[in-house]
Design a protein around this ligand. Structure first.
Ligand code: G
Ligand code: G
Ligand code: MN
Ligand code: NA
Length: 254
């Protein structure tokens, strides 16, 4: 049923919306980037969270047109922010592994950039380690090609799932995003604190930028500043918000 509804939504287009969550500089709270997060306003069920329909869209292949829509909209919105003149913020788009590995992905990205006029340096793609699933070499080649175009790639949800430390070494990525599972209890759980500290140190030695996700408290922020984390994201600074509300946020959060 949801599958059919998703098909209708894809044809109509106006049931989807992107919300944007700020990513801030750890110490100052200054806005340094955005992550685009997909929202589906279902005509009868109301808001369906992405966790409920992204896996379905991956199963049915609908993630391809859906992912394309997200990419195009995010590029247009970021170009609009740039044109407004007040802010030059890179926008990060979550890319499903299926979408990433599909023929023509790179061309689709280039097209979204060309149509929106967004400079490639302002687009970031968030992938998870599952892009390596069948064929690490292919993923590495693709990331290299994106990089050559000026597009950055971040490794999302790092530290959970099947993340291997060797991915940090082998993938030509720009940034690592620490999963919020490590952040939640960082001020009380010494093991999680040790893992976070280790990943930050290691990433910096590899010239990778580190983002911690799911920051909700001032204590968590202070802890991560002390551990030299570069960027932070979480409800402490802002929830994901529609573009209009994002535009109204101050440059410095919270
Ligand atoms: O706010 P949050 O509920 O938005 O997101 C839940 C999950 O859905 C996260 O893992 C996030 O990466 C994923 N997600 C959100 N938006 C998108 C999107 O546009 N594409 C893909 N592939 N995943 C997304
Ligand atoms: O997997 P990914 O990192 O793309 O998912 C981001 C998800 O995390 C989104 O669902 C977003 O709404 C959620 N999120 C962002 N900030 C916070 C936070 O501070 N606390 C919690 N619990 N969730 C958050
Ligand atoms: Mn993400
Ligand atoms: Na994440």
């Amino acid at each position: 049923l949801l599958r059919h509804d998703l098909q209708v939504a894809l044809q109509q287009g106006d049931q989807f919306e992107l919300h944007y969550q700020p990513v801030v500089e750890a110490g100052s709270g200054r806005m340094r980037g955005l992550e685009a997060l997909l929202r589906w306003h279902h005509p009868s069920r109301g808001m369906v969270p992405p966790g409920d329909f992204i896996p379905l869209a991956e199963q049915t292949g609908q993630i391809i047109p859906l992912g394309r829509w997200v990419l195009e909209r995010a590029c247009r919105d970021a170009a609009e922010l740039l044109a407004d003149g007040r802010r030059m913020l890179p926008v990060a788009v979550n890319i499903s592994s299926l979408q990433f590995r599909r023929d023509g992905f790179l061309e689709g990205v280039q097209q979204a950039l060309a149509e929106s006029g967004l400079p490639p340096e302002l687009l970031e793609l968030e992938v998870t380690e599952s892009v390596l699933l069948d064929g690490a070499d292919q993923a590495i080649t693709l990331i290299d090609r994106l990089k050559a175009l000026g597009i950055r790639v971040a490794l999302d949800d790092f530290g959970t799932g099947f993340s291997s430390l060797s991915y940090l070494r082998d993938l030509p990525i720009h940034k690592v995003k620490l999963d919020r599972a490590f952040i939640q209890d960082i001020t009380t759980n010494r093991s999680n604190a040790a893992i976070v500290e280790g990943i930050i140190t290691m990433s910096h030695h590899m010239d990778l930028v580190v983002v911690a996700e799911g920051i909700e408290t001032r204590e968590q922020q202070q802890d991560l500043v002390r551990r030299q984390c570069d960027l932070l994201q979480g409800y402490r600074f802002s929830r994901p918000v529609p573009l209009a509300r994002l535009k109204a946020l101050p440059d410095r959060l919270p």
